[in-house]
Design a protein around this ligand. Structure first.
Ligand SMILES: Nc1nc2c(ncn2[C@@H]2O[C@H](COP(=O)(O)OP(=O)(O)O)[C@@H](O)[C@H]2O)c(=O)[nH]1
Ligand SMILES: [Mg+2]
Length: 363
């Protein structure tokens, strides 16, 4: 399961700088480095201290973190929904991702031109959100036409669909993203195949100037905007983080501390993106490798086994499960077993965040 986060924002917001920072940071946060799949597409490991903790008692040859794919999506300008800039091409790319990291320029830098003429982060956020909402509106209106045709053909479910789609269209017309609508089973089912852009979870990234970081970190206007959208915000300097990512882990921490940064914003961003996707992590701990696996909340044990190998799902017998903390406190899997701390779970067991699981299966 590749979890993909699209980096969006106006030109010169710092999307590519952020992408480059992520690509370098990968080498620092894990032995499993950021892998560049294409010039604009890379894989970042999800920082998770539990992985090292589990490894400290099982001594594997290697540890493999969960990952998030990042895609640097260029080409969004005012009017994109009408085909301006890279327009439709850009919108097609963004439809494929699971979540958005919306980068907004908060650094002045007079030498870096601003597409809108002057610095105004909230206006920039609104331009991008408006384009996304307009693109969704076009999709919803097409769907609405289809539903109306079905009404004429006496399709009994059609009038209900029309009502739902009209409500969604009215929301989008007012610039309200679909993710802000309350959850509703009928609406969710109707909208899911449309892959609406404003239905995707978003994290805002305020890209601030490195020159006056403490002041910039309290960039309140963007904070207010994110709060109003009930969306998380990461404030960072893409330029500074990219510089830090060139250093060793220890040096980077010291470098960032000198600027008053306790934790790289990149790590927060990766973690937040992962959390936004509604995932839980389970671990496998074999002698060769300890590995983190992302699964959707509510995944059963056989399904989780299937993430590792389809044979393991087909031949699933049972799962031996222990919470990562219990395992670490026990000192070893053997001790934990002796003390009866490893549970046997069957095919209905729902995987919990932080489970360490050994699957028993027949081939
Ligand atoms: N001063 C400053 N300049 C930055 C920062 N982030 C990006 N830039 C500069 O802004 C320009 C555009 O950045 P880029 O990442 O290419 O933006 P993109 O068009 O969104 O991909 C480049 O010249 C960057 O060096 C920052 O945090 N501070
Ligand atoms: Mg770029």
């Amino acid at each position: 399961m590749a979890l993909t986060v699209g980096i969006v924002g106006l030109p010169n917001a710092g999307k590519s700088s952020l992408f480059n920072a992520l690509s370098r940071a990968g080498a620092v946060v894990a032995s499993y480095p950021f892998t560049t799949i294409g010039p604009y597409h890379g894989v970042a490991p999800v920082p998770d201290p539990r992985l090292a903790a589990v490894a400290s008692v099982t001594h594997p040859d290697r540890t493999i973190p969960a990952t998030v794919d990042f895609v640097d999506i260029a080409g969004l300008v005012r009017g994109a929904a009408r085909g301006e800039g890279l327009g439709n091409q850009f919108l097609a790319h963004i439809r494929e991702v699971d979540a958005l990291a919306h980068v907004v320029r908060c650094f002045p830098a007079p030498d870096v031109p601003h597409v809108e003429g002057a610095l105004d982060p909230v206006r920039d956020l609104e331009i991008v959100e408006t384009e996304l909402a307009l693109a969704d509106l076009a999709v919803v209106e097409r769907e609405l036409e289809r539903a109306r045709t079905r009404v004429k053909a006496h399709d009994l479910s059609a009038p209900g669909d029309v009502a739902v789609l009209e409500e969604v269209a009215a929301h989008l017309q007012r610039g309200i993203p679909v993710r802000r609508l309350p959850r509703d089973a009928h609406r969710d089912t109707l909208l899911l195949p449309l892959r609406l852009l404003t239905a995707k979870p978003v994290v805002y990234v305020a890209n601030v100037d490195d020159a006056d970081l403490p002041a910039a970190l309290s960039a309140t206007a963007v904070g207010g905007y994110a709060d109003a959208q009930h969306a998380p915000l990461v404030t960072l300097s893409a330029k500074l983080e990219a510089e830090a990512a060139e250093l060793s882990e220890g040096e980077a921490a010291e470098f960032l501390r000198a600027y008053g940064i306790a934790e790289p914003g990149l790590l927060r961003l990766i973690r937040l993106a992962y959390e936004m996707l509604g995932l839980v992590t389970f671990f496998t701990a074999a002698s060769k490798e300890v590995r983190a696996w992302p699964v959707a909340r509510g995944t059963t044990a056989p399904r989780a086994a299937g993430k590792i190998h389809t044979d393991m799902e087909r031949g699933f017998i049972r799962a031996e499960v222990i919470g990562w903390e219990v395992l670490v406190k026990s000192g070893s899997l053997l001790t934990a077993r002796d003390r009866g701390l490893v549970r046997l779970e069957g095919k209905d067991y729902v995987v919990q965040d932080g489970d360490v699981i050994l699957f028993r299966f027949a081939v």
